[in-house]
Design a protein around this ligand. Structure first.
Ligand SMILES: *Cc1c(COP(=O)(O)O)cnc(C)c1O
Length: 226
């Protein structure tokens, strides 16, 4: 795996997809998803200029990032995996963005943590666009009310995130997420992974989340949160 080379290829593909798109977002940022990748691999990406990273487990991130953040203060860390309320304090302290707000109880816990004097990361609300029983995310029909609830608590909700069903055409899911964001006055859209980020760019993604195309195949893990 040549991580710097892979990064350059992905950035060029994002750029080309943006040029080909009719209405791309003003800017599309690459979030390098580094779950199961060790500090050496992440360090190679940092040296190549990459600054946004995503992880799906709080504990794994706690292990890997304090040292990297000390070395690269502009590293921006996104949580893209499900968050349990009992991990909110740790997650709020470490992550710059939490992309997986999906229920009122979690909004309550984030608000309580901030009230206590803790940090509040910027937030995306995860929408379960495929309405899959096993997947995290608020149902599309409940998204507006969760957004309103979080805003009522003065939480910094910036956008929406989705993980379409693995076997579906992702296009209608990206279109639905873009419509929900527009209807609710949200400007950020986190969608698209290694296999479909160019399609996501076409639908207005502001953040694409790419793992394997940068870092190579992950060893199979029973639950990676997707
Ligand atoms: C693992 C993961 C990705 C990246 O998937 P790849 O197919 O490896 O690019 C994106 N989003 C989430 C939420 C993930 O858990």
């Amino acid at each position: 795996m040549n991580i710097p080379e892979n990064l350059a290829v992905i950035l060029a593909r994002i750029d080309a997809a943006r040029k080909a798109a009719i209405a791309p977002a003003p800017r599309t940022q690459l979030v390098a998803i580094a779950k199961t990748v060790d500090e050496d691999g992440i360090g190679q990406a940092l040296l190549a200029g990459q600054r946004l990273f995503g992880e799906n487990r709080v504990q794994e991130a706690q292990r890997k990032y304090p040292a990297l953040k000390a070395q690269f203060p502009d590293l921006e860390l996104h949580l893209v995996g499900p968050l349990q309320t009992n991990k909110v304090r740790d997650a709020a302290a470490l992550f710059d963005v939490i992309q997986t707000l999906d229920r009122e109880k979690l909004a309550d816990a984030l608000a309580a943590e901030r009230e206590r004097g803790g940090k509040c990361p910027r937030l995306f609300i995860q929408v379960n666009t495929g309405e899959e029983a096993q997947k995290a995310g608020v149902l599309p029909r409940d998204a507006a009310s969760l957004i309103a609830y979080a805003r009522g608590k003065h939480l910094p909700v910036e956008g929406l995130m989705c993980i379409p069903p693995a076997d579906d055409d992702a296009a209608p899911h990206f279109a639905l997420l873009a419509k929900l964001a527009k209807d609710n006055g949200l400007s950020h859209l986190s969608m698209g992974m290694s296999g479909d980020f160019e399609l996501a760019v076409k639908f207005g993604a502001t953040h694409v989340r790419v793992g394997t195309a940068i870092f190579g195949m992950r060893a199979p893990v029973e639950d990676q949160g997707i």
